[in-house]
Write a protein that binds this ligand. Structure first.
Ligand SMILES: [Fe+2]
Ligand SMILES: [Fe+2]
Length: 419
């Protein structure tokens, strides 16, 4: 028995999404034409909503624990209704935004397999966008009598979003080279996995039913990212490497803080739990995420050591990685410069706890000081430019960070991020 049933949305919005795809993702046809060749054992791609099963009919968290989940959005009242809308809107925006980002550097894929994987990721994100449209579209009760048509307004807004006005910062950063595609799939799609997992309990049932099928597709995105990151890090040992370890490190330094921030303020997220939308608060999910990123990067390092030291087992390679990183000394010809690391959770933060945001922490989590005081914003920006890629410092996102750092904009530490 299939784990889900399939549904299409009303023709107007189905066609609007196909239209969107033609404008934002014309390479889709190439994926369709070559699917069988690259993924012979996988069901061909189709654009539809997949409606999975709930693990329980009841609400499992928050104020309404034990009640039957909502089938109709219109039965949710006040803030709950709009918070649900905001989460679905943010989710849809990430799906569409990431397609626009991946496309910028798609043609730079070093191998056909990498290009196909990115195309497949883009197509699956399109399906995820379609899925969120289904959530809005199939339920007439989003339109409450005497109120604006929340579903229609939100879908129209989503179809018009471009890089620069997506809901979450990480989806407004243009990709510059293929490392962005790979590292984004590794660390940003992983945030997506955490969000989807948390939202399995969603008290509005159609959203809860959407999570399982989306999660299984996310597995491919994350797996592709990790596999390619390993390939590129191992290739960095060679003479004609496209990217050096230091190139890769700088891209990690830029994206990991964006992933960490996507969880929202570390002390927040209680409202989403109270409404039964999620099963964990921001801080818990963020620290689980951060630990997983560390494990992922350690496994990349293990592959690097295994490529470098003949016949070493994975377990011994892991010990070498840890010893090199703990002591800073070379072991078996491997030095810290050959390995990747995860920047400290306090590094390069423009959102989150007040005591961290816009504070000059270095990649290792040490506060950079001068005369026992944190260095000025200008000094920290200079430091940042030495540890992240130059192209990142020219983005609108960095400009915003710079404005915050220089005190032109007050940090909004407690503000909800809508996801
Ligand atoms: Fe997705
Ligand atoms: Fe994804």
């Amino acid at each position: 028995m299939a784990a889900y049933t399939t549904e299409t949305i009303t023709p107007t919005y189905h066609e609007a999404i196909v239209d969107w795809q033609k404008r934002n993702f014309p390479e889709f046809q190439f994926l369709q034409d070559n699917w069988k060749k690259f993924y012979p054992s996988q069901t061909p791609y189709q654009l539809f909503a997949k409606v999975g099963k709930l693990n329980s009919e009841q609400i499992q968290f928050g104020r309404m624990t034990g009640q039957i989940r909502y089938e109709n959005a219109g039965d949710m009242v006040g803030n709950m209704f709009y918070t649900a809308r905001d989460i679905i809107r943010a989710q849809a925006s990430t799906e569409l935004g990431s397609i626009q980002q991946h496309r910028l550097t798609l043609e730079e894929a070093p191998t056909d397999a990498m290009k196909m994987a990115v195309l497949r990721i883009m197509a699956e994100e399109l399906r995820h966008g379609y899925q969120m449209f289904w959530v809005f579209d199939h339920d007439q009760s989003w339109k409450k009598p005497g109120h604006p048509d929340v579903a229609k307004d939100t879908m129209d807004e989503l179809l018009a979003m471009q890089l620069g006005n997506h809901v979450l910062d990480a989806f407004n950063i243009p990709f510059h080279n293929f490392l962005d595609n790979v590292i984004f799939a590794t660390v940003i799609d992983l945030v997506g996995k955490y969000q989807l997992e948390m939202q399995r309990v969603f008290s509005y049932a159609p959203m809860g039913r959407s999570m399982g099928p989306m999660l299984s597709e996310e597995g491919f995105h994350i797996g592709s990212g990790r596999g390619f990151l390993k390939e590129l890090a191992v290739a960095a040992l060679g003479d004609n490497a496209r990217f050096s370890i230091s190139d890769i490190q700088k891209v990690l330094n830029a994206w990991i803080p964006r992933g960490v921030e996507m969880f929202g303020n570390e002390r927040g997220g209680e409202t989403a739990i109270a409404f039964g939308f999620k099963d964990r608060n921001n801080g818990t999910a963020q620290s689980e995420y951060y630990n997983e990123v560390r494990e992922v990067i350690e496994l990349v390092n293990v592959a690097v050591v295994q490529a470098r030291v003949k016949d070493i087992t994975a377990a011994d390679a892991r010990s070498v990685v840890r010893e090199v990183q703990d002591t800073g000394e070379s072991v078996s010809g491997v030095s810290t410069n050959d390995l990747l690391f995860v920047p400290d959770i306090k590094f390069f933060r423009g959102r989150g706890l007040e005591e961290i945001v816009f504070m000059p922490y270095d990649v290792h989590g040490n506060l950079i000081t001068e005369n026992n005081k944190p260095v000025s914003g200008e000094r920290y920006l200079d430091y940042l430019k030495s540890v992240i890629p130059a192209y990142f410092t020219k983005t609108k996102d960095f400009e915003k960070f710079q404005d915050g750092m220089l005190g032109r904009e007050r940090p909004e530490a407690g503000r909800s991020y809508g996801w």
